[in-house]
Design a protein around this ligand. Sequence first.
Ligand code: S6P
Ligand code: ZN
Length: 191
Amino acid sequence: MSPTTLTDAPFSLVVDEQGVLKPATSTVERRLSQMKGMYHDAAAEDQLLAGDDPLVYEVFQYDMPEHVGELVVCTTLLYPGRVGDEFFMTKGHYHEQRDRAEVYYGLSGEGQLVVAYEGQHHTVAMGPKTVAYVPPHWAHRTVNTGDEPFVFLAVYHGDAGHDYGSIETEGFPQRVLDRDGSVAIVPQGEL
Ligand code: S6P
Ligand code: ZN
């Protein structure tokens, strides 16, 4: 891509009180029915799906040219809730270009960033003003561990892309559960 096709003027965006990025040029609305099989308690999932198919999260993004030199900005509003004892979470993904890192900035609410790579895993607690770094190559997902929306801003390379399939097949090695009102990070093998 020639430099002339890169963004060549500054601009600003606004994050409103709720965490909605304005303007946004693309949005995602993720309901539980679009995450089938991702929560460990299938019976609890079925029960919720038989009801109102809850909205789990929304993403508001300002799209940019798909070039490594550009930076995409978006906000995620991850709503409070549980499927059985498992807190609402994002699907999670690798970047298609695996060596593209990402920065998250907590705006409101509380949650955990869960990352995984070749059998290794970590969790990072996030809240307002937390800056969390997703290293290159690591799959990443966020989990809302509170009772209000967990809202964060993300910045990532324009050409990063999203690979949802690989981590969906592998599964994240850790789950974040509500155990008697406390947040428990539980290895998948110990469920
Ligand atoms: C994008 C970044 C976030 C997520 C968003 C939803 O690289 O990591 O904006 O897209 O939190 O998660 P997911 O896994 O459904 O894309
Ligand atoms: Zn990402």
